[in-house]
Design a protein around this ligand. Structure first.
Ligand SMILES: [Zn+2]
Ligand SMILES: [Zn+2]
Length: 288
């Protein structure tokens, strides 16, 4: 498997000098299976640059886009995704019915007359829309996608993608539940998040929301995002091999994210854990 980050930021794009290292674009990940099937995880503003790259190579005609949920930061790249404007491309969106609306309706709504000059049905590529639900397994030729209900302010799905003995979990916009505002102990985290621990258990790479630090998480309980220190304990409990910090707070500068990474590494050191921790940044690619 190969994956690359095209957008790592949460909530809203934040271009500028303070976000050069980790990037200011909102969530978008390119994932390729070993036989080069292209899957895109979320369609935030990072999708625009990725679309330019795909259009320049012209190689990928069949593209599957999995949308975790419909907050702006996860869909705002779609109107600017160049492969949608190319005849011959086959693009499938996977998402769940939310607030009584199916995925096609929701994605069309963001391109309604008042928001964008072109309708989704007027784009040249062949588009299709597939409904997905949490707690299900979707089998494709050489890989499978398992789904899980994340803990967020609107219905959100996490994805566990497995190909052979390789496995990646994409779990963003997810609040790890806590008894108190901050983590108390690993056993408390386990007790409150048993199903989540099981869902990510043993994966090679866990890409997870790390929107808050230990201070900001206190006032943001219930907002649907996680603190990097809690995430470190969660990763230990789930015995993941690599944890990747993702969906950064738009107010966090590069140096603040450096601090978050160091604080996370300090937990692994203290707990004598061999988990590898990476802070995602635009352009980061990994093969495993
Ligand atoms: Zn988000
Ligand atoms: Zn969200």
């Amino acid at each position: 498997m190969y994956f690359r980050f095209w957008g790592t930021r949460g909530s809203i794009p934040v271009p500028g000098n303070a976000t050069i290292k980790y990037g200011g674009n909102t969530p978008c990940i390119e994932l390729r299976t070993d036989n080069n099937r292209l899957i895109i995880l979320d369609a935030g503003s990072g999708l625009r640059e990725f679309g330019k790259h795909l259009a320049s190579t012209g190689r990928d005609k069949k593209i599957d886009i999995f949308v975790s949920h419909y907050h702006w930061d996860h869909i705002q790249g779609i109107p600017f995704f160049l492969p949608l404007y190319r005849k011959g491309n086959e693009i499938t969106f996977y998402g769940e019915t939310s607030d009584g609306k199916r995925v096609e309706q929701i994605l069309s709504d963001q391109m309604a007359f008042n928001y964008f000059p072109i309708k989704i049905g007027e784009m040249s590529a062949h588009t299709s829309f597939k409904e997905i639900i949490p707690d299900c397994t979707y089998n494709f030729d050489n890989f499978k996608v398992e789904t899980f209900r994340a803990n967020h302010s609107s219905p959100t799905i996490s994805f566990r993608i497995t190909e052979g003995d390789k496995c990646l979990v994409y779990m963003t916009d997810n609040e790890l539940k806590l008894k108190d505002s901050i983590h108390t102990s690993a056993s408390d985290i386990l007790e409150m998040n048993k199903a989540m621990v099981e869902f990510v258990s043993g994966c090679d790479y866990l890409i997870h929301d790390s929107m808050y630090d230990e201070t900001s998480v206190i006032e943001k309980k219930g907002w649907g995002h996680s603190c990097n220190v809690t995430l470190a304990y969660f990763s230990i409990l789930a015995k993941v091999k690599n944890i990747i910090l993702f969906h950064y707070n738009p107010d966090f500068t590069d140096s603040k994210i450096d601090e978050q990474l160091n604080d996370t590494l300090a937990v692994f050191k203290k707990e004598k854990s061999s988990i590898n921790c990476i802070a995602s940044h635009e352009g980061l690619s990994i093969i495993f």
